[in-house]
Design a protein around this ligand. Sequence first.
Ligand code: PAF
Length: 277
Amino acid sequence: MDILSSLTDLRTARLSLNGTVGLVPTMGYLHEGHLSLVSRAKAENQHVIVTIFVNPTQFGANEDLSKYPRDLERDLSLLRPIGVDVVWTPTAEVMYPPGYQTWVEVEALTNPLEGAMRPGHFRGVTTVVAKLFNATQPTKAYFGQKDAQQAAVIRRMAVDLNFPLEVIICPTTREADGLAKSSRNKYLSEAERAAATVLFRSLSAAKDLYASGERDAENLRGKMKEVIASEPLANMQYVSCADYDSLQELETVTGKALLSMAVFLGKTRLIDNFVLG
Ligand code: PAF
């Protein structure tokens, strides 16, 4: 496994990889969710590149970039047994050289949900992902469904900018009690960790309601709110029942829909989602 940080070394390594290349972009502090993406990339491609870069441009002014968990040695020890070819760990100077002023923006899809709560976040994500695509030239790139809007936005960007690659969205990996795996779970106290199942519980309750025939989106949102409100440590930021493709809020669920939410447990903000239909 080559561990590289310069762009020149990455390009040289990429030229030596013949055949298909799967890319798994990450911000490190890897968990089983990331590893499932890497394993899938390994199964579907002749070579795998993993990138580890805590991207400063996708953090808001009130989001603590310096506190984002990092442990490169641990990440590398998790990647080695899977048989990754290259791990690229560029510095901020490599990704954003002095004088940097070029951005990639997806428009309408980034307005609601996470985009509304985290202004500028998706501009940072799409810019860095476009740069990672350019640098690594993958055949397929792998992302998790947990970040549902990110997945939709990246898919849109790849089509709009004619990137010659396939974007693959993989299912959310969960703990035994349903909590979606996330690098942020590490911030939770014991009590917050127990309370954090409220995201899964509220999504499940709304899904059950949907399964019983409910199609009124406001009632589905109401059910999620009710379950979240029953958890004293949880503070809801938003719940949504939106059209799966446009991410616009629905009145009635007629086709594929996305139930999603952001909830604070103490200072930790968690997101999760289920797809309906
Ligand atoms: O999902 C993430 O970890 C990040 O948003 C990504 C896609 C690696 C871009 O920095």
